[in-house]
Design a protein. Sequence first.
Length: 202
Amino acid sequence: MTFSVMLITAGSKTIKAIDVTNSAKTANTSAKVVVNPRSYFQLLALLPSQSNVPGTVDGVSGNPAIPARGVAFTIQVRAVDQYFNPVNGITNELTFSSSDGSASLPANTSLLASSFRVLSFTITNSGIQTVTINDPIAGKSVTVNIPNPTPVSLATNYFRTVVSGLWTDAATWESSVDNIVWHAATLFPVATANKITILSPH
C-alpha cells in the first residue's frame, strides 16, 4: 500500500506505521527524514512568556506577561514559513508602529539571519493596544495585541504548566485565583499554592 504524508515541522522526523486492527503485526518506523523550512512567508512576533511552536494554528504557545504601562518589555521577531518554522537568511529592515501614539518604539532595524531579533517597546496608554511590525521589502507585516498588564501572581494561586521548562522559571507556568481565568504567571509555584497541575505532555 502506498500513501502520501506531508511533514510540516522542520527538523529530523520519522514516520511510524501501526496496524491498529491487528496488534500481532509489528509496527515499523522509517529512517529519519530531514524536513527543511519552506520559503519566507510571514513574520512571527512573540510577547514575553510566549514561545514559538511550529505546525500550530498561530505558531505561538503561552499567555503573554505584560508589565505595567510605562514599563518596557520585549517582542521577539522572526521570519517564518507558512507553518511558523523559522527561516534563516532573511535580514530585511523592519519598521514599527502602534495604536498608542505615546508608545516608545525601536528605531528601524533588520531581522537577524539565524535567530530572533529581540526588540524593546513601551506602551503608555491604557486598554488593549497594538504594535505592528512591517517588512516593507517583502511586503509583510504582523500586528500583535498588547493586552492590559498581567496580574501579579500570588503564592496561594492555582498554577499549571503552559510549556515544558524549569520549575523555577515563571514562564513555565500560568496562574489563576479561581482555577477558571488563567494568565501568565509572574512567579513559580511553591508549597503554599492552592493546587499545582503538570499538564501533559509537559
